[in-house]
Design a protein around this ligand. Structure first.
Ligand code: ATP
Ligand code: MG
Length: 329
């Protein structure tokens, strides 16, 4: 488990992490999302000790991450594989030797039968059997990231930290990398932290996510909660939902569909049951891992408001009246 307690970090005069507290459980895929400059990479680098923090505490399986104790830190870093947007492969080495590199750093032999078995197993896991002797220059971006993932796993870490691992890849290739990360999480039981500014990444694989803004965790929870019903203005802005204009006439009611019963045609049923008309003023439906979640704003006549909300309560749909004046969802 990784516990981050009230961590602060300043670069010169700039306070980049302003008291971050998070808990990442074993075996989960945890997302850290937020816009550029939010402090995501800095937080990740503090977790694996590449960067010192000023105050607070980060504990990895009860060991405090501290750059002061070099030996303890090196042992901790062995438990934390890391991948980046830029892959960071060595051009002069082939796929096999790139993956073997961390073993070399630890003074381990890389050509013994056991070492070969370990490395070839990873090459099969990431699906690069055909490319064992290829150089990075002969690989596509997605294949390079697969090499980087295998390299990050070669010391058999407990954690995998990913910093914008898919940001340089196109959507199809991203999907492949994300399902690979899911397999690694499920089959090897590795805890994964995913730092990203891509909402798609969080939606597809994260069990929980923290939204980081300006060095502060503004919200934390299941992605579907955070994105279907964002309480904070900053998150709505991040999701580009702040500029939606709603009608000034009538009552705007926002409905939330959270998994169960999402498929039930509540809206058409309501129109029929109440014999009334209303317009759909705004809607979004999102695929979160296996389920569809969504939110819908309907605009009803003043006199229908009570009947409509009663119907929604009866159907167990969460709802909220939102004012049209402020012009945002
Ligand atoms: N080594 C450094 N020295 C000085 N300032 C830094 C350093 N590293 C990061 N910063 C600053 O800290 C802030 C947070 O940077 P960080 O890289 O953590 O953001 P991020 O959320 O990862 O952004 P991005 O999505 O662009 O990668 C930024 O304002 C950045 O300029
Ligand atoms: Mg970053």
């Amino acid at each position: 488990m990784i516990e981050i307690v009230n961590v602060r970090k300043t670069f010169q005069d700039l306070e980049v992490l302003k008291g971050i507290s998070l808990k990442i459980e074993d075996h989960e895929i945890y997302g850290i999302i937020g816009q550029s400059g939010a402090g995501k990479s800095t937080l990740l680098r503090c977790i694996n000790g590449l960067e010192p923090y000023d105050s607070g505490e980060i504990r990895v399986d009860d060991t405090v991450v501290s750059v002061k104790d070099k030996k303890a830190l090196r042992n901790l870093q062995k438990e934390m594989g890391m991948i980046f947007q830029g892959f960071n492969l060595l051009e002069r080495l082939n796929v096999y030797d790139n993956i073997a590199l961390p073993m070399k750093f630890w003074g381990m032999k890389t050509k013994t039968p056991e070492a070969k078995e370990r490395i070839m197993k990873l090459i099969r896991l990431v699906g690069l059997e055909e490319k064992v002797y290829a150089r990075p220059g002969e690989l596509s971006g997605g294949q390079k990231q697969r090499v980087a993932i295998a390299r990050a796993l070669v010391l058999e870490p407990k954690f995998l930290l990913c910093d914008e691992a898919t940001s340089a890849l196109d959507p199809e290739i991203t999907k492949g990398i994300l399902s690979l990360l899911q397999r690694i999480n499920q089959e090897l039981g590795i805890t994964i932290i995913v730092v990203t500014h891509q909402m798609e990444v969080v939606k597809q694989i994260c069990r929980r996510v923290a939204f980081l803004n300006n060095g502060v965790v503004l919200a934390e929870g299941r992605p579907e909660e955070l994105f279907v019903k964002p309480e904070r203005k900053e998150i709505r802005k991040f999701l580009h939902e702040d500029s939606e204009l709603l009608p000034e006439e009538g009552i705007n009611i926002q409905l939330f569909f959270t998994g169960e019963g999402s498929e039930e045609p509540v809206v058409t049923q309501m129109a029929r049951a109440l014999q009334t008309d209303f317009s759909i003023s705004w809607a979004k439906l999102e695929d979160f891992r296996k389920n569809v979640y969504g939110s819908l704003v309907i605009t009803v006549k003043e006199e229908d408001k009570d009947r409509v909300t009663e119907f929604l309560d009866h159907k167990g749909v969460a709802w909220e009246v939102i004012s049209s004046g402020k012009g945002e969802v």
